[in-house]
Design a protein around this ligand. Structure first.
Ligand code: 4AD
Ligand code: MG
Length: 464
């Protein structure tokens, strides 16, 4: 039941004066008894802070109140006065406490000391802990900041489809969408599954990226961005890969790789500064309990220009580093996470944008540079994580794009609409994708991607 007349604990605690009649609702964090009172620490998730409730033994249901345990939900009305005790400015003297829902003794979120693995098993309850409450409030604030950043700069927010027929990244990491009966698939004369009989009369998948459709919108609205869920059936069990994650993808017409790299850098700094400014309690909690170096690192990142280096330059540095890598590096190979981290953590000691990658290791849509060997790609790497942004200037020349497609074993006929964009008023254009969860890992210091999204989907795990 929502009471419009109830006050968020965050607002109550920020009050400049006592409040005569106030009502709050939330979940009991702790309760302890003294001679004539019970003290309740109440949290409603509006902020990290609890409101101390004083329940006098004169309350008619005092016996029930004394049975309240951690996790129970209550509504309290009373008078908020200056607290006599230490540690809080205000406390609420209850006139009435309504027990809404008691918590059984088996409530798993008692006190502290739970492992992240255990907390993932109770993902439906962990938002009630200080750490996860803070992570999800920061997640909300940063989602807002994403919109603010782009809206302030004249970008149009566009919604690209979740169900799509194309594999933007060409990596084949697609979740198929079908309504066919998997026990009895319709087949053509050569025995292959006949997806013309499927719901959309063609093969369809969950999108890995909204980029291709965002390009169509950028070549009409000039500056656009998407912010939505994306899906990858990539069998990577790491702390930075999720099968379902949120991506922010700006796309700009009349824009080259350099301006694209500038925007990416500005965007990363903006989000960090926003969290520092608007989530001070949460950031302090992360600095205290998650990563002691967090705030110093983030402030350093905001204050300084990022480094830029070509892929070829980066490979040279890695080869000369004398470092023993699990995966050896050579020109033409993808940078692995260990290489990315060496570059940003050990060598440059700051975020670094690597650009101009060999065309063989990047998707078909990237613009071929004049050297004929590299494409105008960029990856932004940050300490502790590696890649958080991937982007490029797009191939705007029709013949080159068709050639790229054939080199990637794609049939241009399947992408007629995408090629049309090069037939009718083509223009240089660029964009990138920021993994929202990777950014949250960076800003909160939380080590595992499973702990910055409320309900993580990873290989072998889709509970809740
Ligand atoms: O580098 P990616 O694959 O680039 C694209 O999808 C482009 N279409 C983006 C564009 O140019 N519009 O992915 C972009 C970012 C990565 O840098 C990473 O931060 C994140 O998305 N990402 C993942 N995050 C979590 N789990 C995964 N499995 C991810 N795969 C990519
Ligand atoms: Mg990438």
């Amino acid at each position: 039941m929502t009471h419009l007349s109830s006050t968020a604990i965050k607002d109550a605690l920020q009050s400049a004066a006592p409040i005569d009649a106030m009502r709050v609702q939330g979940w009991v964090r702790t309760r302890r008894d003294s001679k004539d009172f019970s003290f309740i620490e109440l949290n409603d998730g509006s902020s990290l802070r609890n409101l101390q409730i004083i329940a006098r033994n004169t309350l008619s249901n005092y016996a029930d109140i004394q049975r309240l345990t951690t996790g129970a939900s209550i509504a309290v009305s009373g008078t908020m006065v200056a607290s006599q005790g230490k540690g809080q400015k205000w406390e609420l003297i209850a006139d009435n406490i309504e027990v809404i829902g008691t918590a059984e003794d088996s409530y798993p979120l008692q006190k502290k000391g739970h492992t992240p693995e255990f907390l993932r098993e109770i993902a439906h309850l962990r938002p009630r802990s200080n750490l996860f409450g803070s992570v999800f409030r920061v997640r909300s604030r940063l989602a807002f900041a994403v919109h603010q950043f782009f809206q302030e700069r004249g970008f149009v927010y566009v919604h690209t489809p979740i169900i799509t027929g194309s594999d933007c990244e060409g990596a084949g990491e697609l979740f198929r969408v079908t309504t066919l009966n998997t026990a009895d698939m319709p087949r053509n004369t050569s025995g292959e599954v006949d997806f013309r009989k499927d719901f959309f009369a063609r093969p369809t998948y969950l999108t890995v990226s909204g980029q291709l459709e965002a390009e169509a919108l950028a070549l009409a609205l000039s500056k656009v961005y998407t912010f939505g869920p994306t899906f990858r059936a990539e069998n990577s069990n790491t702390s930075r890969h999720a099968s379902e994650f949120w991506m922010i993808e700006p796309e700009m017409a009349f824009c080259n790789l350099n301006s694209n790299m500038d925007l990416a850098e500005e965007f990363v700094k903006y989000l960090i500064a926003d969290a520092r400014k608007h989530c001070p309690d949460e950031m302090e909690l992360f600095a205290k309990f998650v990563d002691k170096e967090l705030l110093a690192r983030l402030d350093f990142v905001v204050d300084r220009p990022f480094q830029r280096i070509t892929y070829t330059g980066a490979v040279d540095l890695l080869k000369k580093s004398g470092e023993k890598f699990e995966f050896p590096i050579d020109y033409g190979l993808n940078l692995q996470s260990e290489h990315e981290r060496w570059l940003t953590e050990k060598h440059f000691k700051c975020p670094v944008t690597v650009f101009n990658f060999p065309k063989e290791i990047k998707p078909f849509y990237m613009r071929v540079n004049d050297d004929g060997k590299t494409v105008a790609a960029m990856d932004l790497l940050v300490p502790g994580i590696g890649e958080i942004i991937g982007g490029s200037q797009r191939e705007e020349r029709l013949e080159m794009l068709e050639e790229n497609m054939r080199r990637h074993k794609m049939d241009p006929a399947d992408y007629k609409w995408y090629l049309d964009l090069r037939r009718y008023g083509t223009a240089s254009h660029s964009g990138f994708g920021l993994g929202f969860e990777r950014m949250l890992k960076f800003i909160t210091g939380v080590a595992n991607i499973r702990d910055v999204i409320p309900f993580a989907r990873t290989p072998g795990s889709a509970e809740f």
